[in-house]
Ligand binder design. Structure first.
Ligand SMILES: [Zn+2]
Ligand SMILES: [Zn+2]
Ligand SMILES: [Zn+2]
Length: 562
C-alpha cells in the first residue's frame, strides 16, 4: 500500500507484513481490540519524532528540588521542570499521583500529557541499576567509574562515549561492545587496545584499522582477516613492524592527526561490503549483529523479528519502530528509549521494567497506565490519577475513541510538543533543521548555553604542547578552548592518566564536538540502491550513490577478503 507522508509528503510503502504486525500488537481492552492504525508518517519522519524527545548530550548544572543536592540534568533552568535526584525520586517523600488530573474530553490529549510531564518531578538524569562513582552519566545503567557516557550499560572506567556496552577502559567511543582499552573507535565489537579504528571485530592491539576482523598488531590497514604485523596492508616481520610503529608516536597530536588522514586515503581504494553486519539471517539495514528477520534497521544487536529499529541491543523480539534500547524488550510499537524486560509498550518515551503502557513518559516498573509521566511502581493510572481496574478499562477505550477523533491515536508525540529545543535533541543530528524553519513549524528551539566551568586559566587548543609527554603540569586546573567551537572543557584526572598511560594526545575539541565528529564519520542510517562494483548486481547500501567508496555485494566482498 502506497502512502503519502503527512509530514514530508514523500510516498512510502506499507507492506502486508506491517499491517499484520499492527494487528498482532493491537491492544485488547475488555475483550475488544483497539486497532493500531497504519502509520501516517514515513519511516524517517517517525524516527525524527522519536529522536526529538531526547536531549542526550546537553547537561546543565542544577540541584534536586527536594533535598537540594547538586546534580546535572538534561533540563535547562528556564524550562522550570521540577527535578529530583535519583534517591529522592525513588523515595517515599512524594507521590506522583499528587500530580494526577482528570482527562479533559474537550481538549487534545498531547496538550494534557505535556502539561503533566512539565509539572511532575522528573529524575534529574536517566540512570538504571547499580552505578558507582558515575556522577556525570546519562541514559546509563550498571556502570562503575564512568564519566560522560550515554546509552551505556555494564561498563567500567569509560569516559566520553555513546552506545557503550560491556566495555572497560574505553575513551571517546561510539557504538563499542565488549571492548577494552579502545580510544577514538567507532562500531567495534570485542576488540582490545584499538586506536582510531572503525568497523572491527575481535581485533587489537592496533591502530587506524577499518573493517578488520581477527587482526592483531596491525597499523593503518583496511579489510584484513586474521592477520598480524601488517602496516598499510603490507605483511611485515615482527621486528619490521615494531620498528615502523616506533616511528609513529601517537602521543603527538600532529602524528595522530596525520595517521587519521592517511587512513581516510587508504579507505578510498578499499572495497566495502554494501552494509555492515555479522551473523545475520534474513536482515536488511546496516551495523546489525546477531539478528534474525530484522528489516530496515540500524545499529542493532541480538534482535529477532523487527523493523524500523535503531540502536536496539542486548535482546529484543517482535518490535517495530523503536529508537533505543532493548535489554529484553518485546511486542511493542513506536517507542523511544524503552526496554529492560518491557513489553506491550506503545508510543512511550523512557520506560523501564514496564508493560501494558500507552503514552508513558519516564516510567519505571509500571503496568497498565495511560498518558502518565514520572512514575514508578504504579498500576491503573491515567494522567497520573489512580483508578480501579474496572474504571481504567472503562475509561481507556473512551480516551482512545477521543484520540481517534482528534487524529492523535497511533501517533507518537508531535515535534510541536517536545520538551527541549529541537537543536538540543538527537533529532537535530540526524534530521537537522534551521532555527527559522523549526520556529515556523512551531517546533521549540533553545539558544541557552550553560555557564563555562570556573578555572584558573583557559588554554586555547592551538597552544597545547604537541605531545602528551609535555602536558602542562596545571592542566587539571585549566580549561581547554575547543579548536572548532571555542567551548571550554576540562580534562579529568582519570582521563589524563589514560592519555599518559596509553600515550595519546590531549583532546583539542569539546567532548560534545568529538561525539558529533564521530557521528558524522558514520554512514547515515538509511539505505540506498547501489550497483555492486564487480558483478553489477543491485544492492541495498548504507553508502549513498554520491560517496566515493567502492561498494560490493556480499558475495563479491567475501571473495576480496578471504
Ligand atoms: Zn516523511
Ligand atoms: Zn534529592
Ligand atoms: Zn557482486
Amino acid at each position: 500500500m502506497e502512502q503519502t507522508c503527512a509530514n514530508c509528503q514523500l510516498s512510502f510503502e506499507i507492506e502486508d507484513e506491517d499491517i499484520a504486525f499492527y494487528d498482532k500488537v493491537s491492544p485488547v481492552l475488555n475483550k475488544k481490540k483497539y486497532p493500531i492504525p497504519p502509520p501516517t508518517h514515513c519511516p524517517d519522519c517517525r524516527e525524527q519524532r522519536r529522536l526529538a524527545v531526547n536531549n542526550e548530550q546537553f547537561l546543565y548544572p542544577s540541584a534536586c528540588d527536594l533535598c537540594k543536592e547538586k546534580t546535572l540534568t538534561e533540563h535547562p533552568p528556564h524550562a522550570k521542570q521540577p527535578i529530583y535526584c535519583r534517591n529522592c525520586w525513588h523515595g517515599d517523600k512524594w507521590d506522583p499521583r499528587d500530580y494526577g488530573r482528570d482527562f479533559d474530553f474537550t481538549r487534545p490529549f498531547f496538550d494534557q500529557w505535556k502539561e503533566l510531564k512539565r509539572s511532575s518531578p522528573s529524575p534529574a538524569l536517566s540512570i538504571q541499576g547499580t552505578v558507582e562513582n558515575c556522577d556525570y552519566v546519562h541514559l546509563t545503567g550498571d556502570c562503575k567509574n564512568c564519566y560522560l557516557i550515554m546509552h551505556a550499560d555494564h561498563n567500567e572506567d569509560c569516559y566520553y562515549g555513546y552506545g557503550v556496552k560491556k566495555c572497560k577502559s574505553c575513551v571517546d567511543v561510539f557504538n563499542n561492545f565488549y571492548c577494552e582499552l579502545n580510544y577514538d573507535c567507532i562500531d567495534c565489537h570485542s576488540c582490545y587496545g584499538l586506536v582510531g579504528s572503525r568497523d572491527c571485530i575481535n581485533s587489537g592491539p592496533g591502530a587506524f584499522l577499518r573493517d578488520c576482523v581477527g587482526c592483531k598488531d596491525c597499523f593503518l590497514c583496511t579489510g584484513l582477516r586474521n592477520k598480524e604485523y601488517c602496516f598499510e596492508n603490507e605483511q611485515l616481520t615482527q621486528e619490521e613492524y615494531r620498528a615502523k610503529c616506533a616511528m609513529a608516536d601517537l602521543g603527538s597530536f600532529d602524528i595522530y592527526k596525520r595517521c587519521k588522514a592517511r587512513l581516510r586515503e587508504l579507505e578510498l581504494s578499499h572495497t566495502f561490503k554494501a552494509f555492515q553486519g555479522h551473523n545475520l539471517e534474513n536482515c536488511t539495514g546496516s551495523q546489525l549483529y546477531n539478528c534474525k528477520n530484522v528489516q530496515r534497521s540500524f545499529d542493532c544487536d541480538e534482535v529477532e523479528n523487527g523493523k524500523f529499529l535503531y540502536q536496539i541491543v542486548l535482546g529484543a523480539k517482535d518490535v517495530y519502530d523503536a529508537y533505543q534500547y532493548g535489554n529484553n524488550f518485546q511486542m511493542s510499537y513506536e517507542n523511544s528509549i524503552c526496554g529492560l524486560n518491557g513489553y506491550n509498550c506503545y508510543f512511550c518515551h523512557e520506560t523501564h521494567y514496564s508493560n501494558a503502557l500507552f503514552y508513558g513518559w519516564y516510567m519505571e516498573s509500571c503496568k497498565n497506565c495511560f498518558g502518565c509521566a514520572n512514575m514508578h511502581h504504579m498500576r491503573y493510572c491515567i494522567l497520573n490519577k489512580q483508578y480501579t481496574k474496572e474504571e481504567y478499562e472503562e475509561l481507556v477505550p473512551r480516551i482512545i475513541e477521543h484520540m481517534q477523533g482528534t487524529g492523535e491515536w497511533g501517533e507518537f508525540l508531535p515535534l510541536t510538543h517536545i520538551l527541549h529545543g529541537y537543536n538540543k535533541t538527537t533529532a537535530n543530528l540526524h534530521y537537522p533543521l534551521a532555527k527559522e524553519e523549526a520556529q515556523a513549524k512551531g517546533i521549540p528551539w533553545d539558544d541557552y548555553e550553560p555557564p563555562s566551568p570556573e578555572v584558573k586559566r583557559v588554554i586555547p587548543a592551538a597552544e597545547l604542547p604537541d605531545n602528551i609527554a609535555d602536558a602542562p603540569e596545571d592542566i587539571m586546573s585549566c580549561a581547554i578552548a575547543c579548536e572548532l567551537t571555542g567551548k571550554l572543557f576540562i580534562v579529568t584526572a582519570a582521563e589524563l592518566k589514560f592519555y599518559q598511560m596509553q600515550k595519546l594526545p590531549l583532546p583539542r575539541r569539546h567532548w560534545n564536538q568529538r561525539h558529533e565528529d564521530r557521528f558524522h564519520a558514520r554512514n547515515p542510517r538509511r539505505l540506498w540502491e547501489r550497483t555492486c562494483a564487480t558483478c553489477a548486481q543491485t544492492v541495498q547500501s548504507s553508502f549513498s550513490p554520491e560517496r566515493p567508496e567502492i561498494v560490493l555485494c556480499e558475495d563479491c566482498y567475501l571473495k576480496t577478503v578471504y
